[in-house]
Design a protein around this ligand. Sequence first.
Ligand code: ADP
Ligand code: GLC
Length: 502
Amino acid sequence: MNHLVQAVESDNFQIMRVLFVSSEVFPLIKTGGLADVAGALPLALARLKTDVRLLMPGYPQALEAATRRKVVADLGNPLGAGPARLIEGRLADSKVPLLLIDCPSLYGRDGNPYLGPDGKDWPDNASRFGLLGHTAARLCAGESLIGWKPDILHGHDWQAGLAPAYLAAWGGTRPGTVFTIHNIAYQGLFDPSVLAPLELPITSFSMAGLEYYGQVSFLKAGCWYSDKITTVSPTYARQIQIPEQGCGMEGLLAGRAEDLVGILNGTDDAIWNPASDSYLAERYKPGDMIGKARNKAALQRELGLPMQPGRLLIAVISRLNDHKGMDVVIDSLPDLLMRQHCQFAGLGSGDAVIEAQFRALADRHSHHMALHLGYSEPLAHRIMAGADAFLMPSRMEPCGLTQMYALKYGAIPIVGATGGLVDTVADIDVQGETKAGRGFVLDDIGKASLLRAVKRANALFKDKVEWNRTAAANAGLDFSWKQSAQHYIDLYSNLLKRRSGA
Ligand code: ADP
Ligand code: GLC
């Protein structure tokens, strides 16, 4: 048993307090995997006896969805943004307190948290997420705002990056700080003129601070000013220290290698579990996968695809952009459908050009291809349950959650060899002798290698016994959050020990 678990079970142990800061949290608001993580990891930490509270912007949909709301602090007119309050609620029926920054002038808009209706960044994003960092720092420093101060401030992605910068600027006592990079490609870059309204000292605008090639980088602030940096898989932790994937931050991160750790994300069993998933036509579990075939038939019916059990049904559920390799999917689709006789189900949204290309293909190949452009949580679950194979040819993938959902739902993944995909999907043919393979890994991100991988998948698909054995073995894998949450707790407690000189 780990020392911390032992400690929390003894009477005199003081429970560790953690402030979690995220711009999105499932099920309140979600644009990607960050929301899934921020909705599940705090609950897993709480189950391991951590006093964790979540701070996020008070978007209208989040204020509405939070339960048991009450005002806990008047924030005044922070950063000149207009009146603001802190509202405490609960994340659905969990015990984890949720702190929402209610500042209507900055957050009182429906829709996407980052983009306006024109598809462009909200022009005041520096203020919107500056206030998130500012409020997080206020909860940690000086007089306690809500009668509770954290031992650890844990910020996620660029939107939370300024919190440790404020703490550094203000001086005085502060908690241990941890910053998690979910995707280094999104850096929160702004003109230096934002510094004055954000009330950050001009001295912070330096290489030894939040300056990044002449701009203010919220992501760099999070990395530079935090005691520990984490990212969401061990492979990505290595990749971001080299130019190819470091997006210009590789030097800083390599210099902080001692403080940088990759902790693989988990999946939330309460939400992504074919044995209890209420969206499915029929539930099934690793030991009895017969229901999967019925979900395939139901999905084909729902999507208007011919009910052909013998055709390999390949799915994509993704943000549609080049990072995710969607250009390569588009190049390959005619061959996949017409030469390799696959069916295809696509769910996603994103880049307008890629959306239009998918739409054109779906019009041309409507007999073999179904497409839903947009966002649908229920359909995402039904596609996972109905698909034979799940395609994710990412060029970069810090962790990736969907390939883990696919594994659990018995859809065999076909993935790029990067980031968390390397850490979760071993190739069936390469690992064949040990029977440890879980899917098909592309040699590189291009049409030829994608077609080769699908050809291998099709060959295995013809061997029903072996295909079903692999799918069932994958479905039985344990990706629950417990293990990852324990890694975070160890990180927090080691940091606190280091800071107290113990
Ligand atoms: P990323 O965060 O880079 O987009 P992840 O694999 O970590 O990639 O997480 C993506 C999350 O978003 C998953 O929960 C996936 O099911 C969900 N998702 C992506 N696109 C859609 C969509 N169009 N409709 C419903 N869910 C989606
Ligand atoms: C980011 C990454 C994705 C990861 C998710 C959750 O959106 O792109 O790979 O799974 O964050 O950490």
